[in-house]
Write a protein that binds this ligand. Structure first.
Ligand code: MN
Length: 397
């Protein structure tokens, strides 16, 4: 028996127990459902099966400061309820960000199955809390489970997921990211993106400052009307980060944001950058949890937080958004290397929660390269959510 499974049992944190103690699910129930109906529902909808399978695709090499991504190596989760409704989820690890890979994710998912099967879907929130208490470091794996739970739950209610979150928006606009590529190539891509209608171009920096500056200038040259979002993925130290951004500004380029300029643990260094430039500084890798978000607020090291469901999972992302909003920080949503399944969840999240100033949900794969069919439709630079229940997917393809 795995020690984590033993932990869940020993800890006594049964999902039902937590829900009773905190009534956490209650506030998430949509209006119009009577107390007795909701309690009736809460009694009777068990998860009967959970499946976890690998998803593998090759992709165009995508270099960032943390390394070169060459493959999508994710996991697909499917849960089945006793009424036959299925919920779908995806885990998308990036080893250098999450500390997870496909093998650790499949291992975690298989370790969770015994706990998940038999649970009541209505307790999705406390199931998520229990999983976090045991598998706190496996956020992408847990995210896939939360995604499948919330997909199944909202399908049971007969509403799209974004409506559970309180949203009415069905269309969101994304930026598109140019990797660490030579300046001429970046310019070529920028011209193409501008012609496709993108209004914000994001680019990666943080390996070689001279080449980074050249790339930024080339993108601005190719797409002068587009806003520019710059992401260093922790690649600079505080002083080089400041030198870089000052140099960019010297060329009369004012990026809409400078994301994660320094090491994720160096909040003081990030504050130094923020205090010395007028460009907005964003925290991405520095924020996995709501506690991390509070630390960003306390230290005053950033103007914005980039939420990614694979870092924080879905339930906790709601808390991070609340912290950011409370502290008057701007909100961004981003993604890992994901198929349309995980991207759909982020699209619903952004549309449902609302108030996101920066949306970085650019797909690297098309809708046919997704374990399930249907879902929000991508027509650059927009995602449009249909009226299908859950995340909008209708079955495997
Ligand atoms: Mn980032």
């Amino acid at each position: 028996m795995s020690t984590r499974r033993a932990f869940i049992k020993k800890s006594g944190l049964t999902a039902g127990g937590l829900a009773t103690a905190t009534v956490l699910g209650g506030s998430m129930l949509p209006g119009g459902m009577s107390q007795s109906e909701s309690q009736q529902g809460a009694k009777g909808l068990k998860i009967t099966k959970m499946f976890a399978d690998p998803i593998n695709y090759e992709m165009e090499p995508f270099p960032i400061a943390l390394g070169v991504m060459t493959n999508l190596d994710n996991a697909f989760v499917r849960i089945v309820l006793e009424n036959g409704i299925e919920g779908y989820g995806e885990a998308a690890p990036i080893m250098t960000i999450n500390g997870e890979n496909q093998q650790t994710i499949l291992g975690t998912l298989n370790s969770c199955r015994e706990f998940i099967v038999g649970q009541d879907i209505n307790n999705y929130r406390s199931i998520a809390y229990t999983l976090k208490s045991a598998f706190w470091a496996q956020s992408a794996a847990r995210c896939a489970i939360e995604m499948a739970l919330l997909d199944a739950y909202t399908k049971t209610l007969g509403i799209p997921f974004y409506r559970l979150l309180g949203g009415t928006e069905t269309k969101i606009e994304t930026d598109y990211t140019i990797a660490i590529v030579p300046a001429e190539e970046a310019k070529r891509q920028a011209i193409k993106l501008a012609s496709e209608g993108f209004r914000i171009i994001k680019t990666k920096v943080g390996v070689n400052m001279k080449e980074d500056i050249d790339r930024v200038l080339a993108i601005k040259d190719g797409a002068p009307e587009c806003g520019l979002l710059i992401d260093a993925n922790q690649g600079y130290n505080p002083k080089t980060a400041l030198r870089f951004i000052n140099e960019v500004v010297k060329h009369d380029i004012y990026p809409v944001m400078f994301e994660q300029p320094v090491l994720k643990s160096d909040l003081a260094g990030m504050k130094y950058v923020r205090d010395n430039t007028e460009i907005l500084v964003g925290a991405d890798e520095s924020v996995f949890t709501r506690a991390d978000a509070i630390n960003v607020v306390r230290t005053g090291c950033a103007d914005a937080i980039n939420i990614k469901l694979m870092k924080s999972c879905i339930i906790e992302a709601l808390d991070i958004a609340a912290v950011a909003r409370s502290a008057n920080l701007k909100l961004m949503i981003g993604c890992m290397v994901e198929t349309n399944l995980a991207l759909a969840c982020a699209v619903h999240f952004a549309a449902g929660v609302g108030g996101f100033d920066f949306i970085d949900l650019d797909p690297s794969f098309d809708a046919t390269q997704c374990p399930v069919k249907g879902g929000p439709v991508y027509s650059p630079p927009y995602w449009t959510i249909g009226q299908g229940a859950g995340l909008g997917f209708t079955g495997r393809q």
